[in-house]
Unconditional design. Structure first.
Length: 120
């Protein structure tokens, strides 16, 4: 199938930015995230899958595409992107700061623990 180069470029840019792509198995609608025909998305991903650049998983009428390392290099060359830029799936998540509250097993109070009540 012949896909216009501008549409293929949009699809490849989105795939490179995200590292993953989801497409509904409906050839008549427009893809929500990319803004191109869903048929173009599915067929271009089918082409990349046959070359080993993308892994495909199909479940519940949706195609799930994951970019491989070879596909990353291919898209980097095709889009002319420097090596410092990587997809979101390969970025290390920022470590969230831990709350400074109570930990499991710690007692409340001023740190002295429980005190017995003094009897008369």
């Amino acid at each position: 199938m012949l896909i216009p180069k501008s549409e293929r470029t949009k699809i490849y840019q989105y795939l490179f930015q995200e590292g993953v792509l989801v497409a509904k198995k409906d050839f008549e609608v427009e893809h929500e995230d990319i803004g191109t025909r869903n048929l173009y998305v599915i067929k271009s991903m089918q082409s990349l899958t046959s070359r080993g650049y993308v892994k495909t998983q199909f479940s519940w009428q949706y195609y799930y595409y994951t970019l491989t390392d070879e596909g990353l290099e291919y898209l980097r060359e095709w889009l002319n992107v420097p090596e410092e830029i990587v997809p979101k799936t390969l970025l290390a998540p920022a470590q969230p700061e831990r709350a400074q509250g109570r930990r499991f097993g710690q007692r409340r109070g001023n740190g002295e623990g429980y005190r017995r009540r003094e009897r008369d």
